[in-house]
Design a protein around this ligand. Structure first.
Ligand SMILES: N[C@H](CCC[C@H](N)C(=O)O)C(=O)O
Length: 277
């Protein structure tokens, strides 16, 4: 008997999240990459699809343990996604029976490992601080915008505002405006951070292509880098985001980010859904 609930030829996926920054993950190591912008938007629809902040696609290895690509819920691609990298690396470490993995992403080779306390760390690489590579059309350390924000690249662009009280910021109102500011030719993610102590920040985020999310790993890294460059913090900081707490350590070999991961469920996208997407 044929059932639409367990279609014989659907598309398998996993649902994961890191601090409430949620992902649909498709393992496409065995076949062709099935994702198109239209499919990403359809799966990302929280009413008619599954819903996610980012879609991560695992692709065949290219000299590392695996390759990872990221899509936003608006159907655009992202060069980096720290929390999805941690979540998928956790799953891959279990699959491969390892405590550490390397992966290939649009921004280059990254590495991840499980810490003794069970949290998962990823080395997001060195921050990108030159305007052309971020990309931003101004001097990144002091952008010519009200509020004197900083631009930092982590394989994707970030615009970081240091504010007195991050809780009081209209994240959606300002975020959507800055995301589309002409200074950023590829749009930008937008972070609002306030200083709690020289090793502690509070940060809220508006993500390019996804809107407000409960956490943004690359944004947390970019914010920690900007805070240190502005002389506000040391190189090791705790960052409280809406969904929990991330630990950032800007070391010689790159910006390390550590936090929890969660696999929620797996499922199968039905042939009818795939045909309509
Ligand atoms: N949530 C992700 C970032 C997604 C970035 C994306 N919104 C973009 O650059 O377009 C993270 O944990 O790093």
């Amino acid at each position: 008997m044929n059932s639409t609930l367990t279609p014989p030829t659907g598309l398998r996926f996993m649902k994961m999240h890191g601090l409430g920054n949620d992902f649909v993950v498709i393992d496409a190591r065995d076949g062709v990459d099935p994702v198109t912008p239209a499919l990403a938007r359809a799966v990302g629809d929280r009413n008619r699809g599954v819903g996610f902040d980012q879609l991560a696609v695992i692709l065949p290895a290219q000299g590392t343990d695996f390759t990872l690509e990221f899509w936003n819920s608006d159907g655009s691609k992202a060069g980096a996604c720290g929390n999805a990298t941690r979540c998928v690396s956790d799953w891959m470490m279990r699959q491969l029976g390892k405590d550490a993995v390397t992966l290939t992403t649009a921004r280059g080779t990254l590495s991840a490992r499980r810490r003794e306390d069970g949290l998962v760390s990823v080395n997001m690489g060195a921050p990108i601080l030159d305007a052309a590579s971020i990309p931003v059309a101004a001097e990144p350390m002091h952008l010519p915008l009200a509020g004197d924000p900083v631009a930092v690249g982590m394989g994707n662009p970030h615009c970081i505002y240091f504010v007195e009280d991050a809780e009081a910021v209209d994240v959606a109102g300002l975020g959507t405006k800055i995301e589309h500011d002409p200074l950023f030719p590829e749009r930008t993610n937008v972070e609002f951070a306030s200083l709690i102590a020289p090793d502690h920040l509070r940060m809220r985020v508006w993500e390019r292509g996804a809107g407000i999310t409960l956490a943004c790993g690359s944004g947390t890294c970019a914010t920690a880098v900007a805070a240190h460059l502005r002389g506000l913090t040391g190189r090791h900081v705790i960052v409280d985001v809406d969904g929990g707490r991330l630990e950032i350590d800007w070391r010689e070999d790159g910006v390390w980010m550590t936090g929890p991961t969660a696999l929620v469920f797996d499922g199968v996208l039905s042939p009818a859904f795939l045909a309509s997407a």
